[in-house]
Design a protein around this ligand. Sequence first.
Ligand SMILES: O=C([O-])C(=O)C[C@H](O)[C@@H](O)C(=O)[O-]
Ligand SMILES: [Mg+2]
Length: 414
Amino acid sequence: MPDTRIAELRVTPIAFYDPPLLNNAGCHQPFALRSIIEVETEGGVIGLGESYGTRAVLDGLAALAPLLPGLEVTDLNGLWAHARQAVRGGQEGYSGDERLLPRVVGAVEVALWDALGKTTGRRVCDLLGGQVRDEVPFSAYLFYKFAGHSGADPDDWGEVLTPEQLVDEARRFKELHGFDAIKLKAGILPPEEEIEGLRALRAAFPEAPLRIDPNGGWTVETTLRLLPQLEGLIEYLEDPTVGIEGNARVQAATDIPLATNMYVVHPSHLPANMAQDAFRVILSDHHYWGGLQASRELAKICEIWGLGLSMHSNSHLGISLAAMTHLAAATPNLTYDCDTHSPWQTDEVIEGGKLAFRNGRLRVPDGPGLGVTLDRTALARLHQNYLDAGITERDDATEMRKHWPDWQFGRPKF
Ligand SMILES: O=C([O-])C(=O)C[C@H](O)[C@@H](O)C(=O)[O-]
Ligand SMILES: [Mg+2]
């Protein structure tokens, strides 16, 4: 078998176009940042990964890169140990941002699975334990949005700030991609207006499972007041208010399952969540849980404790989507359709263009590893965007004030 020790880790920061989508933290900037990870083995195989493009993650990856040569691509324990060394100077009792270590590991770990799969002729979903579903279901991810970025022409989707505009957005999502479930990103307008939007969606799509995600934008009291309007309308309520304690007060008052990608984002958050019965659905994300193996372990924890499981997404391109699809295809207890920002993205970094949804579902890409190939022309263009854009952090609040100068961040806000 060819030599599967790591020869080199290469990281290319990129920036790709992102529409003016709104959330509780503000408005998406014209460019979203990402990093493209290449792990080259001594046998000459290149494994691919995609992750955040923020300064902290790029710095973590830069510190990790010189420690990796010689490591076997199968040695995930070794990867964690080296990453701990790079990010924390090897300390166990670490007082910095706990979230950075799994983010750095997650970025590289996917590329190791891809390299192993390409070397052995196996798909990543097979290496993760075997495929349990032919197709992975995704949901329509609806956003309120401005017609265009500040100072720019309107985009194809136009403005979405009213219930009627939301229904049009959903209709277009359904026509283009066929999704069943519909998620509404909320926490932007007064909650009653957002629930009116949900009701309009229910009227237009009587069968669609609905979800709403205010990103902690509502107080406990507001959420409790709104519960009667949400009961019978949604399949789960995502991060309505702030923290495990606040959400536990809401969960105690309703049978609607509460879901999170904000407050249970690290293994250390699980005991408090279980003790307080705050969230009954975990929206996993391999980018911040530490990769595909860690996400499979999280799935097992969810199964043991009777928690529902689905997948969260940030703005991303095709390498991430392929990794999410392999992971979901190999996860038996995926209980809800996965989120993806993919339909909002017009740029791509894999050859052949974007992976296409059929009836809201993706088949696992053919071929060994992740089954996707890097488009090096696109990579060079998106890297140039990164250099030209001159941004190293996401800043939705500043972008929001270009449209609504008096806008104030609040979590909770309403
Ligand atoms: O489900 C979520 O909370 C997200 O997808 C977080 C993202 O940051 C989303 O709010 C966004 O990109 O605006
Ligand atoms: Mg969320």
